[in-house]
Design a protein. Sequence first.
Length: 282
Amino acid sequence: MKIQGLLYASALTLLLPLTLGAQEPPNCLSCHADKDLKKDLAGGKTQSLFVEQKDYLQSVHGSLSCTSCHTGITDAHPSDQPGKVDCGICHSQEVEAYKKSIHAQVFEADPATAPDCLSCHGTHQIQKVNTDKYKRATLDQCGQCHEDYKRTYLDTYHGKVVDLGETKDMPLCWDCHSAHEILPASDPQSNVSKERALATCLYCHKDATTKFAQYDVHSDRFSVKKSPIEFWTYLVMILIVCFAFGLWVPHTILWFVRDWLENRKKKKDSGSNPPSETGGGA
């Protein structure tokens, strides 16, 4: 037993320096909890460096240390100027898929016009992707750039159910377009291309046919150029409804006026001509 105890003590002694070395450097929040902490950028702009501890601890990364992502931080911080966070350290597959996407191509040419990891997932408040809150938030995220597609999606059955707060079994943007390797519909490798649309629909609609996959999910009833059939159908239906109500409302009002006048006349006639009393025989 003494020998076993000595072995445990020796192992603990050897591992202790490694454990201490892996601990978090001086508390990052001693500075980053300051809401006024900012960084000066080019062009007179500033970037907030404030981190809300509660949000971070509740995020999917809440159990990680700051340096798990901010690997460039050294003892010289903040003068060391650490580089951009590399999500590929843990999420290599997702990053490789993103690099093939149209977003990555545009981002490489002009970072201000396309999203990267942080644009969609955020920084210190990243949530699990399978929660209703996150799924609903992705629609708003995509809608920041693709406003028309968000609007036309919300016109569909899928969109109306999601808009009511139910995301279970309801497809969102990423279910059809994929999450990271997003490609234009003109690309044969895209999930929504003519070549692969049916396979995408079959993922949920097991009986889908080629004709079914030709349905335009983003048809726009307000655009005669993009969706002429939907535009004119919608316009004709609106005109029919307006015409019907245009006849029904005045007709109903006149009917009530006529009914009121007739009832008033009946009451007036019954008051001026009371029924005669008939006497009994002697």
